[in-house]
Every structure is written in C-alpha cells, then in structure tokens.
Ligand binder design. Structure first.
Ligand code: NI
Length: 173
C-alpha cells in the first residue's frame, strides 16, 4: 500500500476553522481514505487528535491517539455526547492549528460519546482524563470552535497577532 498523503493543517485565525461540519452521510471509501490521511497527518505532526475541520474537510470526523506508543488510533464519526460529568477541571491544552500556544480550558472530567467507527459500526466510548479532554476539544472543532475562544478576548487577540506575524514571516522565508 502506498503511504497516505499528508494534509495541510489550517492555522488560527484562518476563518475556515469556524466552519460547522456536516453529518457524514456514509462511511464509504471516500471517508476511509480521508481517515487514513488524517491519521498519517496527525502522527506526522505529533498530535494526539485531529478534527476534519482542521484539514479543511467539513464533515463530522475525528481521529485521536492518546497512547504513549502511538499505536492506538481511535476514529469517531458523527460523534454525539450522550453524557458529560458535572465535575469539571481546568487543564492545559494545545492545538495543531494554534502552534506553540498552550493555555487552560475547563472541561468535563468524564464523558460518554456515541459515534460510528471506521467500519461504520456504532459504538459508545466512555472516556476520562486526557481522552475525555481530547474528544471535547476535537468535537469543538467540528462546531467551528478553536480552544482559544475560551480565553479572554485580550489573550485571544494577542495569540492572533502573534500567529499572524509568524505566518507572514514563514511566507517571506
Ligand atoms: Ni485542536
């Protein structure tokens, strides 16, 4: 099998990151190829999660791997939160679309999510800890929300300015 193509990752404040993703109509060859590409892109970028929105593909699809060994991919298609704990905790988050920025976001400590897997089978995932945080972060992307939107407007503007400057410098080189 040939190596999957790596996909360019959109960077904040790219307006396409605010697109609301559509429901995946069928888990077919087109979606399976997109899953392969997104997994390859996530592993290449050393990320623990990637939402389709981040690679300019606006359908409800997420890939995750929070394992130490980087060998336990989790694919969630059309994910829906069935339950989320009232208990919340603030933890530091980063994002492949917001390179070099880490800040605290409050999330439910545990969640239960229903989704289709890469074969189109329905499954529920009970998640806590880093996995619960990652799923909530990636599901926000599908709604067009980037984690910096939880921060104060002042902080968010500073991040926007910093990243735009970095992007301009990268284009010049
Ligand atoms: Ni992200």
């Amino acid at each position: 099998m040939s190596k999957p193509e790596l996909l360019p990752i959109l960077c904040f404040p790219d307006p396409r990151l605010h697109t609301v993703a559509k429901h995946v109509a069928a888990v077919d060859a087109r979606i399976q190829q997109q899953i392969e590409r997104m997994l390859a892109t996530m592993y290449d970028a050393n990320g623990i999660g990637l939402a389709a929105t981040q690679v300019d593909f606006h359908e409800r699809l997420i890939v995750i791997d929070v394992s130490e060994e980087r060998n336990t991919p989790l694919v969630l298609i059309n994910p829906e939160v069935e339950w989320a704990s009232d208990e919340k905790r603030k933890g530091e988050e980063g994002c492949l679309s917001v390179p070099g920025i880490y800040d605290g976001v409050e999330r439910s400590v545990s969640i239960k999510v229903r989704a289709l897997d890469e074969k189109g089978q329905s499954r529920t995932v009970d998640a806590e800890g880093i996995l619960a945080v990652c799923i909530q972060h990636e599901m926000d992307h599908l709604m067009g929300k980037v984690f910096v939107e939880y921060l104060s407007p002042l902080k968010r503007d500073r991040i926007k300015t910093k990243l735009l400057k970095a992007q301009r410098e990268a284009e010049r080189d």
